[in-house]
Design a protein around this ligand. Structure first.
Ligand SMILES: Cc1ncc(COP(=O)(O)O)c(C=O)c1O
Length: 415
């Protein structure tokens, strides 16, 4: 029995899917303790957009450590934090005319969502929040109430209340019908107005469901009419994943709160924050949503370097080229088996194989053949591809080849 089996909690999940001991990692490759290499198409569930151990970020951290930079500071002012806030403002917020303030929460995505939900309820004096079917927002009780997955919800042990789940309209759906239904519920029938609409523009854990543009813009308009907040959870698909910093840059929406986590620390160290409109942020009193680990200095240092990727178009052009390459490589597979479906926006792609057992067999075969991918969506029937944005095209080609062969193998066996 390994030390993990002996002593680590039964709650272990990913370590059961990938039962090796990882030792080193570099950009889109991880190596286990036997020396076997794996291409990483999972990237820490969307944390490692800039790859493992990005050299510029690593050097900045080493330099910071060598200078005895402050590592832990609660929410006190540090030079690392000042520089991160300044760079984020200059590179991300100002070009978009976003007046939002940065609220650092506990360093997990779920804590950012908790804070956003609290503030929406505070500001509006309303309790109910609208979230969407298949949505994923985290595991703590407030965020869990907004998460749709029954497996996760059933672990709560208490009723999960004050969230209404409504259908999510994908690109392929008839969005006019969904918009009419929404307007009927909230505007014509005068249902009590919610505090907020909490939405992912692409449901990542939910199966890579890409929201219909008109539908999401209609939600933003309805929220405005109702005096409800629009909260965009960009925790998994922000930070460049879709070929632009925010996943909603191409949508005509103006979120009141944007939840960010995962990729913002750059190198994989934790950091979470909400971007909050100042007039809403003024409703907080000091320390009301506190936490020991609000703002990690190593994450500020590496996260600031990560922002350099957004001072020019080089990385985003590379993302767009990677997207074209991924589509061209996957096309023959999709053409050969019409039961397979691909959903995507930028460098998040979901290969829907229609059945959880088949998806799990593909994930396992990929792993044996040297590729890390994970399944998601209802019943785990979708294989999610989220390689680091910085992946070399040679690694992308090797990884896609492994995936395509594994998928063909499993689909042929199942036929
Ligand atoms: C969209 C979204 N929101 C929230 C979370 C929760 O983040 P964390 O696991 O860091 O609490 C996740 C995690 O996968 C996510 O994808």
């Amino acid at each position: 029995m390994t030390i993990f089996e002996q002593r680590e909690s039964s709650i272990r999940a990913y370590s059961r899917v990938y039962p090796v001991v990882f030792k080193t990692a570099n950009n889109a490759r991880q190596t286990d303790d036997t020396g076997k290499e794996y291409i990483d198409f999972f990237a820490g569930a969307g944390v490692l957009n800039f790859g493992h151990n990005n050299p510029a970020m690593k050097n900045a951290i080493i330099e910071y450590l060598n200078k005895n930079g402050v590592l832990h500071s609660l929410d006190m002012q540090t030079q690392a934090k000042a520089e991160f806030i300044q760079h984020f403002t200059d590179v991300i917020l100002k070009p978009r005319n976003m007046p939002h303030r940065l609220q650092f929460t506990g360093p997990t995505g779920t804590n950012a969502v908790e804070a956003a939900m609290k503030l929406a309820r505070r500001v509006t004096g309303r309790q109910n929040i609208v979230a969407f079917d298949q949505g994923f927002h985290g595991m703590t009780l407030g965020a869990l109430a907004a998460t749709a997955n029954e497996y996760f919800r059933s672990a709560a042990g208490v009723p999960l209340e004050h969230v209404t789940h409504l259908p999510f309209a994908e690109q392929s759906d008839n969005s006019d019908e969904s918009i009419t239904a929404l307007r009927e519920v909230f505007l014509d029938h005068n249902a009590p107005a919610p505090a907020a609409f909490l939405i992912e523009t692409i449901q990542a854990e939910g199966g890579v469901n890409v929201a219909d543009k008109n539908w999401i813009e209609a939600i933003a308009a309805i929220a405005k009419e109702l005096g409800a907040l629009l909260i965009v959870d960009d925790i998994q698909v922000g930070c460049g994943r879709t070929g632009s910093y925010f996943s909603f840059d191409d949508l005509d929406i103006d979120p009141d709160i944007v939840c960010l986590a995962k990729g913002i620390g750059g190198i994989g160290t934790p950091l979470a924050m909400n971007l909050v409109r100042p007039e809403l942020d003024d409703h907080w009193s000091p320390g009301e949503h506190t936490g020991t680990f609000r703002g990690q200095n190593l994450s500020f240092v590496a996260g600031k370097v990560a922002l350099d990727f957004f001072t020019n178009d080089t990385l985003m052009n590379k993302v767009n080229a990677n997207v074209d390459f991924m589509h061209s490589q996957l096309k023959p597979l999709l053409n050969s088996d019409p039961s397979l479906q691909l959903r995507s926006k930028g460098m998040i792609m979901g290969l829907d194989v229609g059945d959880g057992e088949r998806a799990s067999a593909i994930v396992q075969k990929c792993f044996i053949d040297g590729l890390i991918v994970a399944s998601c969506g209802m019943g785990g029937k979708v294989i999610k591809l989220i390689p680091p944005l910085t992946i070399p095209q040679t690694d992308l080609a090797v990884g896609l080849n492994i995936l395509i062969n594994a998928t063909r193998h499993v689909m042929e066996e199942a036929a």
